[in-house]
Design a protein around this ligand. Structure first.
Ligand code: GDP
Length: 316
């Protein structure tokens, strides 16, 4: 039995933690967005991988949902004193992750090998795979011009109006080792698309051609968990981007966005009125994950729902 989950950072990591807690360690494979990766201060930063690793190891700062708890900021303060770039904040402990990742990549290791090493060193049992070892970079076309992901997300705080999105490098990117194997595994029971931002966190994963095909062809049901609660994003620009792209801001539009890939959709109970607009079987649940119990409950609900859909896939 195994489950593959596709995830971005904070929102997706919440459900990934729930899945980790209700599944055996060898039963879960996480495929993580690397479209947000960038080189900053000479260091390779993988924000979503780090958020997932910190969340699943309990190292995360629970207030922000990203970065480490009990972090110190001596490096940032010293850098500010030198007139350096401080718009992207790197805590002292977090810095070690980026330095070690960068050193290993420069020595010729792949991102997936480095990620596996760092996760193992931090005591993680589940498999964390970058979507690709090849660089894919999310580009945001805005009314103020085209921006790199982090310039849009962190430096400009998602203020510029988004008109289009691109995933540079995706066309030729190959899934990282282990991704296709996980999607084709005979014991695969479900693929869960976590409640991450569809445009910023999940689409870069789906933009890797062979990965998308494998998802389309996989024998297990593919379930998405809505990233909207009560027609709004819990955090971040999901709803803002939907509106800016001219889409109605409701959960059915997210389901429609994944059309052709989905076998089921977990809809928040506050959005139950949208159910008729969703073209695949729907499970209505409380998807707001406030605490650990919520994360576990939603993970169980999602897996049980997937169980009801198993066998329906690939039927003529
Ligand atoms: P990022 O990579 O850090 O921006 O985070 P993600 O893309 O993984 O997550 C952002 C999405 O997670 C937003 O659409 C939020 O609405 C959604 N989200 C965050 N917390 C929750 C939650 O508790 N329940 C649900 N259903 N969605 C959530």
């Amino acid at each position: 039995m195994s489950i593959v989950a596709l995830t971005g950072g904070v929102g997706g990591a919440k459900l990934a933690l729930g899945l980790q807690r209700v599944l055996a360690p060898d039963a879960l494979v996480l495929v993580v967005n690397t479209g947000d990766d960038f080189v900053h201060l000479g260091l390779h930063v993988s924000p979503d991988i780090d958020t997932v690793v910190y969340t699943l190891t309990g190292l995360v700062n629970v207030e922000t949902g990203w970065g480490r708890a009990d972090e110190t900021w001596t490096f940032m303060q010293a850098l500010a004193g030198l007139g350096g770039e401080t718009w992207f904040r790197l805590g002292d402990g977090d810095l070690a992750m980026h330095v070690e990742r960068t050193r290993r990549l420069a020595a010729g290791e792949s991102l997936s090998a480095v990620t596996a090493h760092l996760a193992r060193r931090l005591g993680l049992g589940v498999k964390i795979l970058p979507m690709s070892d090849d660089p894919v970079r999310t580009r945001i076309v805005t009314a103020d011009g085209e921006l790199d992901f982090q310039n849009y997300f962190v430096e400009r705080r998602c203020v510029p109006v988004v008109t289009a999105l691109g995933y540079a490098g995706a066309d030729t990117a190959r899934p990282a080792p282990g991704v296709l194997e996980a999607l084709r595994a005979p014991g695969l029971e479900a693929v869960v698309i976590c409640p991450s931002n569809p445009w910023l966190s999940i689409d870069p994963i789906l933009a890797v051609p062979a990965l998308r095909v494998a998802l389309h062809d996989c024998a297990a049901p593919v379930i998405a968990v809505s990233p909207l609660v009560g027609g709004q994003a819990v955090k971040g620009p999901t709803a803002k981007i939907m509106a800016e792209l001219g889409m109605p801001v409701y959960a059915a539009a997210v389901a429609r966005h994944y059309e052709g890939l989905l076998d089921g959709f977990v809809l928040d109970e506050r959005d139950a009125g949208d159910a008729a607009q969703i073209g695949v079987p729907v499970c209505i649940a409380d998807t707001l994950m406030r605490d650990l119990a919520d994360r576990e409950r939603l993970a169980r609900t999602t897996l049980e729902f997937a169980g009801t859909l198993a066998g329906g896939r690939g039927a003529p």
